[in-house]
Design a protein around this ligand. Structure first.
Ligand SMILES: [Zn+2]
Ligand SMILES: [Zn+2]
Length: 91
């Protein structure tokens, strides 16, 4: 994991994990297809929160992927990195 702002600035940095949060949609997420392959389709979005040693905060949002590689919702397709706030930037 690298800080997107520091990458942009080519700055050396460390990244700290600040925990994660998830949406809490209920329901049944497993099903078995025609070939008895077990699918896990989770509707919840997980957001991992990070900060870096230069004071930036950012998060990574994703869904848990389906273990079946044949499946369209497989893998962590919707990974999205968001920079939340930035403190004073060194120029
Ligand atoms: Zn940074
Ligand atoms: Zn699936």
């Amino acid at each position: 994991m690298r800080c997107p702002t520091c990458i942009k600035n080519a700055a050396t940095h460390k990244v700290f994990d600040n925990g994660s949060s998830t949406t809490m949609l209920g329901g049944t997420f497993k099903h078995w297809d025609e070939k008895d392959r077990e699918h896990h389709h989770y509707p919840n979005t997980i957001t991992d929160h990070y900060s870096c040693s230069n004071g930036h905060r950012f998060s990574r949002k994703y869904r848990r992927g389906c273990p079946q590689s044949v499946c369209d919702s497989g893998e962590d397709r919707s990974v999205e990195i968001t920079t939340i706030t930035t403190t004073t930037e060194k120029t």
